[in-house]
Design a protein around this ligand. Sequence first.
Ligand SMILES: [Zn+2]
Ligand SMILES: [Zn+2]
Length: 310
Amino acid sequence: MVVSTHPADDRRGLDQQVEATKEDHPPSTHDARRQTWRGRSMKKYQVALLGVVALAIVAVPAIADHAWANYHWARAANPVSLTLGSNFATSVWDSYLVTSRNDWNVSSVLDLSIVSGTTTPRRCRASTGNIEVCADTYGNNGWLGLASISVSGDHITKATAKMNDTYYCPGCVYDTTAWRNLVMCQEIGHTFGLDHQDESNTNPNLGTCMDYTNNPGSNQHPNAHDYEQLETIYAHLDGGGGGCKGKNCGAGAPAAMSLIEQDGPGQWGKLVARSHDGHSEVYVLDFGNGHQIITHVLWAYGEEDLEDLK
Ligand SMILES: [Zn+2]
Ligand SMILES: [Zn+2]
């Protein structure tokens, strides 16, 4: 996939993504194998997913943009100050959070600090104005990482980044420095309004955690293009009238928006975008009047792929 560096292309909205014509490459055997795994391993969601996957095949295009639609945190000046709340069931993620915070803090438009979380690792409820970062054993449900943003129009009001410890169990394939760095860096990156730079896991790594790969060694941190994209997303300021600012963001949002726990597709809403190989999906839960929760899902690799990775 060619990564667009044109701001207008980068900022193409989700609606346009959904309406864009589907890529017409025939599925490779590799892709087909993954589909088979997903049908086999995710029995819990099999019935629901069959419908979702069928929809995806006919209607949902590949995700192509590096900005996540126009989503961004409102602020009157740059850099935007954001807190990363630490909510981990075990301390193993602590140092990775520091690494990701330091990585993203290189951006001229971000000022990030790590604070004690305001939720529990299990619930991982979002809190206004914050990014809550959580890890717990959420179960054998297929997902490695989730990033959810609550938005009011284009403005992000709160966010969560979740890592599923079930797949990072001691000695498991994902229990490596490289995988932990990639997933945490990527999920936190989404909460700023970034999308993936590339979603093929078999082409050469781009050197960013926002690139899909089955070999994360050189994709553990952001690259220059991520920082450029952030500067584009945060080029305008939200001073003056209108918009939502600070703790007032999301005023008028339904209470249910603050209560939902997003462990599985039943809480994610409607599938609106899907990567070509199916390892990334975006869901939207719409509460009306511009209030939405949007979730980026990073699915784990299948059994055969895990054998390849050993
Ligand atoms: Zn704005
Ligand atoms: Zn992602």
